[in-house]
Design a protein around this ligand. Structure first.
Ligand SMILES: [Zn+2]
Length: 77
């Protein structure tokens, strides 16, 4: 059985990581809060990355627009 366990700080019993409340009544709320903060940090990083990509896309489209506005092989007639 490859189930991850965590130790209950109150009764020292090994409980599965997905268990939110130990049989002794201890709640793993603090641990969950820490995990939620991690997720928040990851979401923030992804947001920054998306903004970076959007900036890169804007830059690329600006470069494309520039090369379009200065055509080299368009006949003047
Ligand atoms: Zn316990």
């Amino acid at each position: 059985m490859a189930i991850y366990h965590k130790d209950c700080p109150q009764c020292a019993a090994a409980v599965a990581t997905y268990v939110r409340r130990c049989a002794c009544g201890f709640s793993f709320r603090d641990t969950e809060q820490a995990e939620a903060q991690d997720l928040e940090a990851i979401a923030e990083e992804e947001l920054l990355y998306q903004e970076y990509l959007a900036a890169r896309a804007r830059q690329a489209s600006m470069t494309t627009a520039e090369s379009r506005s200065t055509p080299t092989n368009v006949p003047m007639a």
